[in-house]
Design a protein around this ligand. Structure first.
Ligand code: PGA
Length: 260
């Protein structure tokens, strides 16, 4: 696992957007797995600016969703489908044809989950999966004690996650209890995992994920199993890392050609 400590979220966003742009230059139809929430917004802003400046052609890029609320009506502005279309797909000049996600409105949720895992496999797998981390250590919506081998399935949100996400709704009561999320086993199949965490509120979860034992109690610790996992954190989110000085020195000495 590589840990890159940056001074702020804009720097982290630009670094990850550069890695995505490099990937699209090597593989124009790369499948980019994106995340929702506040943290990844600087990535999408930086990538959009790079595309608009003509520095990379994203017209063949494909975008896929990590997770989704169950039961929000189609077109609800806070369904993750709507969020990803608004924040990623449209700003990159793409359409819904370049986008895939699980169907949170399906009557048969289990079938929708299996169909999404199959669709990801049929698409050739995710090339780069961007991840956030919950204050409880979740990735996607794999809450603590999710199986480290899990596939896309329905999960129940913790109260902590529902409270964290209430800011996007008109209060806690409106936050769904159930979600569909790529499983940890599904996420681990992406070729490159990039987790971005910013702010003091994520410092404990980051330290447990990076330096703690591999544990289903901290789903993000599963990144320790991945051969190409990059954790990008700002100084605040890195503040509980015991090896912070080592991570800083390693990145400072990294040859440019290696990229992320
Ligand atoms: P946030 O969400 O970026 O809004 O903090 C992260 C997550 O829950 O994965």
């Amino acid at each position: 696992m590589e840990v890159v400590i940056v001074k702020d979220s804009a720097t982290g966003g630009a670094l990850i957007a550069d890695a995505m742009a490099d990937l699209l230059r090597r593989k124009p139809d790369a499948l980019l797995g994106v995340a929702t929430g506040s943290t990844p917004l600087p990535v999408y802003e930086a990538l959009g600016a790079t595309v608009r400046a003509g520095e990379v052609d994203a017209s063949h890029a494909r975008i896929c969703q990590l997770d989704e609320y169950v039961g929000l009506p189609a077109g609800h502005p806070e369904s993750y489908r709507s969020v990803v279309l608004r924040q990623v797909v449209e700003p990159l000049g793409l359409t819904e044809n370049s986008f895939m996600g699980p169907d949170g409105t399906a009557q048969d949720v289990a079938a929708a989950c299996a169909a999404y895992d199959q669709a990801l496999a049929d698409a050739g797998g995710v090339d780069l999966q961007l991840l956030g981390i919950g204050t409880d250590g979740h990735i996607g919506f794999n809450e603590p004690c999710s199986s480290l081998a899990s596939r896309t399935r329905i999960k129940t949100l913790t109260q902590q996650t529902r409270r964290d996400n209430a800011r996007f709704f008109n209060g806690l009561d409106e936050v769904p209890h159930h979600v569909i999320t790529q499983g940890i086993g599904t996420i681990l199949e992406a070729r490159h995992l990039v987790l971005l965490a910013t702010g003091e509120a994520k410092a404990d979860a980051v330290a447990l994920a990076v330096e703690g034992p591999l544990s289903a109690l901290v789903p993000a610790s599963a990144l320790q199993l991945h051969p190409h996992a990059t954790v990008v954190v700002d100084d605040a989110a890195a503040s509980r890392l015991k090896l912070a000085d080592y991570f800083r020195a390693t990145y400072a000495a990294k040859p440019d050609w290696q990229g992320l």
